[in-house]
Design a protein around this ligand. Structure first.
Ligand SMILES: Nc1nc2c(ncn2[C@@H]2O[C@H](COP(=O)(O)OP(=O)(O)OP(=O)(O)O)[C@@H](O)[C@H]2O)c(=O)[nH]1
Length: 462
């Protein structure tokens, strides 16, 4: 067992010698070059690179250099003059010229009469810590300067860091984000499976990349292309998640407008045929998966050529626009109304029975008939209607409905005909209008006529 030296002064000397902190004692010389070093321990020699012999009798100024903070030295001088405790940090220089960051304090040592005779200085080389702080600051500055929003959470998805771009993207101040969950930004626009896929990806150790639809603090939606990666600690456990998001709202909006424009008929604003064909396929896929059928109505304006011929093309256009509006008002919000051809309209009815489809077709027929177009008066529409049969090809469905529409025309127009089931062309007229397709001149309505017998029926204006 070790024993310490018996005398206190010996103990103190041993303690100072072995101290991990550098210790320097100077005298309190005021004149000439000021205080000089009268004691230094091994740690001070190791820190500065000077030997004890090189340090003793020298001014501590030998350790200072161009980057030493003059303001700190002025404060130090003031403390020494006033006999006050000093504490500070500055850059000093080793014997080899290398700069190091120093944190140190100086206490005056008084004699029995209260006179300051020495100054004892305890010093610590904090270069590593300062360098680490500087690197951290640099990284924080770089993260902040990034145009991409960066969000860091701990392993429980609690936000521990958000950069400036994140504040701008989300509308939340950093103080509002810290401590919260990123769920704060959820818009409710994603299926739950989206977030489950994200979690599964991260747990597998893979990064996740996707387009998020999030909600801004002001309630608006924004689109962010986001990548999320998990950070692991030394034990291999997830410690943090880092999310980097790029705001792609303008691109998505532009694409949406372009897609919308490309899918719309210019004159009526309805879906164009291309978009209608897409929706039809989509409906069919959904029906195959869900077993829920869908219906299709094909409508064709009656004697539309006469409108053009009588009132001009512009009025004809106006009629088409008006009929489009009537169609939109007649169907459900879940239905698709398509301008299928010149004066031909297709309505796709997801999740309907034959009866419901028939009812909607009849509603369309009577709404068109009841609508009066400025400068042109009333017109009528013939319709064919049917529902998709399990396993039926899209083409076959359209053929059946087209045949039903043709039958409506053949049977006098302004009527609804149900498509034959089972692929045949046999069609069934269900329209009440079949019994009242003649309209008097006094009502000013279009005179619905049989295509074959009265090809030149007059077109009337209200
Ligand atoms: N104003 C206008 N006319 C169009 C447009 N597209 C097609 N048409 C016209 O629609 C008319 C269709 O005529 P037809 O196919 O003979 O049919 P209909 O006169 O409606 O006779 P039925 O269908 O037998 O009742 C043609 O004269 C086309 O020029 C359009 O965008 N604007």
């Amino acid at each position: 067992m070790h024993t310490f030296p018996a005398f206190k002064s010996d103990l103190l000397q041993v303690a100072l010698e072995q101290s991990f902190n550098a210790v320097m004692i100077t005298n309190a010389e005021r004149g000439g070059g000021g205080p000089v070093i009268v004691y230094c321990n091994a740690a001070l020699c190791a820190m500065t690179g000077y030997s004890e012999a090189e340090l003793l009798g020298q001014s501590p100024r030998m350790l200072q250099g161009p980057a030493t903070d003059r303001a700190v030295l002025d404060r130090l001088r003031h403390c020494l003059e006033q006999g006050l405790f000093f504490e500070g940090a500055a850059i000093n220089y080793r014997k080899n010229g290398e700069a190091y960051h120093l944190e140190w304090n100086i206490s005056p040592v008084r004699d029995g009469a209260g006179e300051i005779r020495y100054f004892v200085s305890v010093q610590r080389d904090v270069s590593e810590r300062v360098q680490a702080d500087q690197e951290r600051n640099l990284l924080a500055q770089a993260l902040n300067a990034s145009n991409d929003a960066i969000l860091i959470t701990d392993d429980t998805w609690t936000i521990v860091y958000a950069n400036q771009a994140c504040e701008a993207l989300t509308g939340y101040a950093r103080s509002e984000l810290l401590g919260q969950s990123p769920m704060l930004l959820r818009s409710g626009m994603h299926e739950p499976g989206f977030y489950e896929a994200l979690q599964a990806c991260l747990l597998r150790g893979e990064g996740f990349r996707g387009t998020f639809i999030n909600r801004h603090k002001n309630g608006s939606l924004y689109y962010a292309e986001q990548s999320i990666a998990a950070l692991h600690n030394s034990a291999g456990k997830i410690s943090h998640y880092v999310g980097v998001s790029k705001d792609i709202t303008p691109q998505v909006q532009r694409e949406t407008v372009l897609r919308e424009q490309a899918s719309r008929d210019k004159l009526t604003g309805l879906l164009n045929r291309h978009a209608g064909e897409y929706e039809l396929q989509h409906c069919q896929m959904h029906a195959l998966a869900s077993g829920q059928g869908f219906g299709v109505i094909l409508g064709d304006l009656d004697h539309f050529k006469r409108i053009n011929d009588s009132w001009g093309h512009r009025t004809g256009d106006l009629v088409l626009k008006s009929v489009a509006a009537v169609l939109l008002q007649s169907v459900r919000s879940t239905d698709y109304v398509v301008r299928w051809g010149g004066e031909e309209f297709l309505v796709i009815l997801p999740d309907v029975t034959l009866e419901m489809a028939q009812e909607l077709a009849e509603r369309i027929r009577s709404s068109v008939q009841g609508y009066s177009v400025p400068n042109a008066g009333h017109c009528s529409i013939s319709l064919g209607v049917g529902v998709w049969q399990l396993g039926e090809a899209e083409e076959s469905l359209l053929q059946r409905i087209d045949a039903a529409l043709y039958a409506s025309k053949e049977r006098g127009r302004n009527r609804v005909t149900m498509a034959a089931q089972g692929g045949g062309a046999e069609a069934r007229d269900t329209s009440g209008a079949a019994r009242r397709d003649l309209h008097t001149l006094s009502t000013g309505r279009w005179l619905a006529t049989d295509r074959g017998t009265q090809p030149h029926s007059p077109v009337l204006q209200t």
